[in-house]
Design a protein. Structure first.
Length: 528
């Protein structure tokens, strides 16, 4: 579109990484003045799912997720970070900071899988001949031929008892009932890393938690450019010109401090909407209380539902928010006041925190995965405190030792289950007495992976759209992988470049399947 960039106003619904990235590209590549950009966020905190906090009332830390990166796959993320200066050293960019940290702290897991409290050989994938053939055949199929097939409708039961599934599934959060099409996308995107699935050598992480390492520097940069942040603004609906073929937003309806408001949008203005939320309606527990269960979607999904009623090619939000029992899992953050747990884990894995990736307890009914990040993981974290994080892929199952579903467990019960699996029984009482485990129940966390039809996710720029972009992890970007920071940033970059007709190419999606060296390595790995 042609517009006077000094007069164009841009309205960004949501304060997560997709929206913040859109604002960066509007300024950096679109040359839209920062003061013309308005971010409407319904909560009190920016960052969306990339959050982390110290709960002073509980004297513990919490974070809903733990992010890991890979250079070839996360090309858009690294490109974005090359424009943002580090808060700690403005002479360097966030990209520089990530690479410097990676040189200092290298991940190489000696132990990836634990059974009966002992490390097992994770090098062998343990696939049957039938499952090997099915996996290789999957790579040759067109995504359109897979439809709404689930992973467990394609692979045999033995596949889900293989080291490959334990390693791949828990690294990316695939459950047996997840979409086969999404699973295929991930396998293709990470083909080149398959020989190192057990050691996690290509994996990178941030020095601190994702909020302090990623969100704060981006927000500081945007504020310096004059971007306007409207907090606790709940966007309810969008109005459009009364034409089906042409989609032009004319107003944004939102609620602020209980009062309904409306922003009039001109045809030359731009609107970016982050669809859905994978961490909406999250519920925190404590050492003595379990998170509160959610039985139906809240208002977090209403905006997408409302606009999808007006245009059919705005996608189908119900597919992703109305099957909570299949899209939820529980994560937990543990604050340790003594070094005992970290000392025992170092003895078990042979690696210090931050260099061992993550481990999975394969005999856990909850399929628990635990990560010990580099310490300190929070900027102001005291030197005598350590923080670990983990999650359970099967929250509706009862524990092996705690006779309750994980989703119904307190922090103390989750810790008891984990410590018993690890055979740390001698230290269980003292570790629990000196730790704070905060469980977090997230109803939609793997909703991206629910089986779907082609039309369920809308295009970033819907057909006929003149001033609207749909961004985040629920829009459709062919061949890319949804449950990643990379996907959100690519959607933002795509949206800005297309709406402003910017003649600049996005970083290409890496396709290792077309490299002979990669495929030769894959064949060797599958049969090891």
């Amino acid at each position: 579109m042609e517009c006077d960039k000094n007069k164009t106003q841009a309205y960004l619904v949501g304060g997560g990484i997709a929206s913040l990235s859109s604002a960066v590209y509007l300024i950096h590549d679109g040359h839209i003045p920062g003061e013309n950009i308005h971010v409407l966020e319904e909560s009190k905190l920016l960052g969306g799912s990339l959050d982390a906090a110290e709960l002073s009332s509980r004297k513990g830390y919490t974070m809903r997720g733990f992010r890991m990166f890979e250079e070839k796959v996360y090309s858009c993320m690294y490109e974005l970070f090359s424009h943002i200066p580090s808060v700690r050293d403005p002479k360097r960019t966030l990209r520089d900071e990530l690479f410097m940290f990676d040189k200092k702290i290298k991940i190489h897991a000696k132990v990836r899988l634990i059974k009966n409290g002992k490390a097992i050989n994770a090098r062998k994938f343990g696939l049957t001949l039938r499952d090997r053939a099915a996996l290789l055949k999957l790579l040759t199929r067109y995504e359109s031929s897979l439809g709404r097939l689930r992973i467990d409708e394609y692979f045999s039961p033995s596949f889900f008892r293989s080291n490959f599934y334990y390693e791949f599934g828990t690294t990316f959060s695939f459950q047996p009932w997840s979409s086969l099409a999404e699973f295929r996308r991930y396998v293709l995107r990470f083909l080149h890393d398959s020989p190192m699935l057990d050691t996690l050598d290509p994996i990178r992480s941030t020095k601190y938690n994702q909020y302090e390492s990623m969100i704060i520097p981006i927000v500081e940069w945007l504020k310096k450019h004059g971007v306007n942040f409207i907090m606790q603004a709940e966007v309810i609906d969008l109005d459009f010109l009364p034409m089906k073929a042409k989609k032009t937003v004319t107003s944004i309806k939102y609620s602020l401090q209980g009062k309904k408001r409306k922003i009039r949008v001109r045809e030359s203005d731009l609107v970016f909407v982050t669809l859905g939320s994978m961490t909406a309606d999250s519920s925190l527990g404590s050492m003595t209380t379990a998170p509160q269960a959610l039985h139906k979607p809240s208002t977090a999904w209403d905006l997408w539902k409302n606009i999808s009623k007006k245009h059919s090619d705005f996608g189908n939000p119900s597919n992703f928010c109305e099957n909570i029992e299949k899209s939820k899992w529980v994560s937990f953050t543990i604050t340790h006041k003594t070094p005992t747990f970290f000392r025992l884990m170092k003895k078990l894995t042979g690696k210090k925190a931050g260099t061992d990736g993550h481990i999975t307890l394969i005999d856990s009914n909850w399929l628990i995965t635990i990560g010990l990040p580099n310490q300190p993981h929070f900027i102001d974290q005291p030197s005598d405190i350590t923080v670990s994080w983990g999650y359970g892929l099967f929250p509706n199952e009862k524990g092996n030792y705690i006779n309750k579903k994980m989703a119904e467990c307190t922090g103390e019960e989750i810790m008891t289950e984990i410590l018993t699996h690890l055979k740390f029984n001698k230290y269980t009482k003292s570790i629990i007495e000196t730790s704070i485990c905060i469980p977090n129940l997230m109803p939609y966390i793997t909703s991206h992976f629910l089986p779907r039809d082609a039309h369920d996710r809308p295009l970033v720029i819907p057909n006929g759209s003149t001033n609207l972009a749909l961004i985040g992890q629920y829009c459709e970007i062919p061949e890319d992988i949804a449950f990643t920071v990379e996907y959100s940033i690519r959607s933002a970059q795509t949206a800005v470049y297309k709406l402003l007709n910017i003649d600049k190419k996005l970083p290409p999606i890496y396709k290792g399947q077309y490299e002979i060296k990669v495929m030769r390595s894959v064949l060797k790995t599958v049969f090891r």
